[in-house]
Design a protein around this ligand. Structure first.
Ligand SMILES: C[S@@+](CC[C@H](N)C(=O)[O-])C[C@H]1O[C@@H](n2cnc3c(N)ncnc32)[C@H](O)[C@@H]1O
Length: 418
């Protein structure tokens, strides 16, 4: 028996072009990888659906994700309504057509084994008011052109249009489509064996630490740093304090500074801003693009660069700062101190905010956890108290000169001697 054609309308999964709403929590590459997995799940359901032909109507280029047995037709037309109408026209071979998108990877082949007798059209709605499936016995642009797409009433409007044309419409089960990170989480819970669900779980547990830090600075998630044992590292979880103006404890530390000052791991720039306000020339460096743009938007100077790379004014800085536990950067305190000794001038000052626990000397990596459920890969970091830092400094040209503390924070200055 002739079963008709199943059409998948899809965009090639190119980063930045697909699933951009997932980018609130995922990088453009990760969002594209999720889109690709969702497309592959969809295509494999379609492969096993009872159909005489399988066609992908594609925007972009086919890739290795396309299984055998699919014809490829390029999308044409302006808005989505026109593209859908054109897809039905271009694919038509005299048999009925069922068209699905790439955002409902949970669809099963049985759902597509639709019996046409007694019907002219098929519609499967989505929970957000759209639709995941539209079937037409014969193409007819009047069925589509002008239906407003991507709204919370597109599904209802589409149904009204089909009925207005006098078509007999079969309604398929309502599905949830994957637009947002919440939808992806739902899929992972409800349909754990899908490719997209497996990838989602992997990404949830292996975010780039930088991405979570960007989200914390952007205010889209709360992020907490923990040791790999799961215990919170408070000094690395204080985004609110970093984004606020410098406080009294900061100002006391800054009163020690001799200009020009290099602030390593400057974050959103409260320290360089406070120095600039005092007329002390200062530059921040940070690996976070958002931290750098927040700093420059405050009118202070910052450079997007890791401290390990070549920096301006090497060997000429009056002071180099490692505030907020930044002695942890890279997970090797002695190495970072040696780098600071290279950066300051011969009698220059290195000011380090150490851990309040004098004896702490912990170089186990940390993990960032976001309120959206993502967890980073381990980030090399160190937590060092005053006594431990003095020990590390013995292998450098830096000599401790002063230490002081407040109830929650502790500091040590060192001076270069050669
Ligand atoms: C504890 S936060 C410091 C917050 C910052 N001092 C402030 O006032 O907001 C650590 C900072 O170090 C930055 N960082 C991490 N690795 C770095 C590296 N290799 N070079 C420069 N900055 C780095 C992070 O992006 C982050 O902004």
């Amino acid at each position: 028996m002739k079963r008709g054609t199943v059409i998948v309308i899809a965009k090639a999964p190119v980063p930045g072009r697909v699933k951009t709403r997932l980018q609130s929590e995922f990088t453009a590459r990760e969002a594209a990888a999720l889109a690709r997995a969702s497309l592959v799940d969809t295509l494999s359901a379609v492969q096993f659906a009872p159909a005489t032909r399988r066609v992908i109507v594609l925007e972009g280029e086919p890739g290795p994700w396309l299984p055998p047995g699919f014809e490829v037709v390029a999308q044409r037309g302006g808005g989505l309504d026109e593209r859908l109408a054109a897809a039905f026209e271009d694919v038509y071979d005299g048999t009925p057509m069922l068209l699905v998108g790439m955002d409902t990877p949970q669809l099963r082949p049985e759902l597509l084994g639709f019996e046409w007798s007694g019907y002219d059209a098929v519609l499967g709605l989505t929970e957000d008011g759209g639709y995941w499936c539209l079937g037409l016995r014969t193409p007819d642009p009047r069925a589509l052109v002008g239906v407003p797409m991507s709204t919370d009433h597109t599904g209802r409007d589409q149904l009204r249009r089909l009925l207005a044309l006098g078509l007999r419409v079969q309604i398929l089960p309502t599905l949830r489509d994957m637009d947002t990170p919440r939808d992806a989480a739902y899929l992972a819970d409800e349909f754990p064996s899908l490719r997209v669900s497996r990838l989602y779980r992997r990404l949830q547990h292996a975010a780039h630490p930088g991405l979570l830090f960007e989200q914390a600075l952007g205010g889209t998630a709360r992020v907490v740093a923990t040791g790999i044992d799961g215990r919170t590292v408070p000094s690395l979880s204080e985004v609110d304090r970093w984004t606020a103006p410098a406080d009294d404890v900061d100002r006391l530390a800054l009163s020690r500074c001799e200009g020009p000052v290099l602030d390593i791991g400057c974050g959103p720039g409260r320290i360089v801003t406070a120095l600039a306000e005092r007329g002390i020339p200062a530059l921040g460096v940070d690996v976070s693009p958002r931290a750098v743009s927040l700093t420059t938007s405050r009118g202070a100077s910052a450079l997007h660069r890791p401290v390990q790379d070549r920096l301006p004014g090497e060997g000429r800085w009056g002071s180099v700062l490692l505030m907020d536990g930044n002695i942890g950067i890279g997970g090797d305190p002695a190495d970072l101190l040696r780098r600071c000794a290279e950066l300051v001038r011969p009698d220059g000052l290195v000011l380090v905010e150490v851990d309040p626990d004098d004896d702490l000397d912990d170089i186990t990596p940390i993990v960032l956890r976001s309120s959206t459920g993502r967890r980073s890969t381990p980030l090399p970091w160190a937590r060092v108290g005053t006594r431990a830092l003095i020990r590390h400094a013995r292998t450098t040209h830096l000599h401790p000169t002063e230490d002081w503390r407040t109830p929650h924070r502790a500091f040590l200055t060192l001076r270069r001697t050669a």
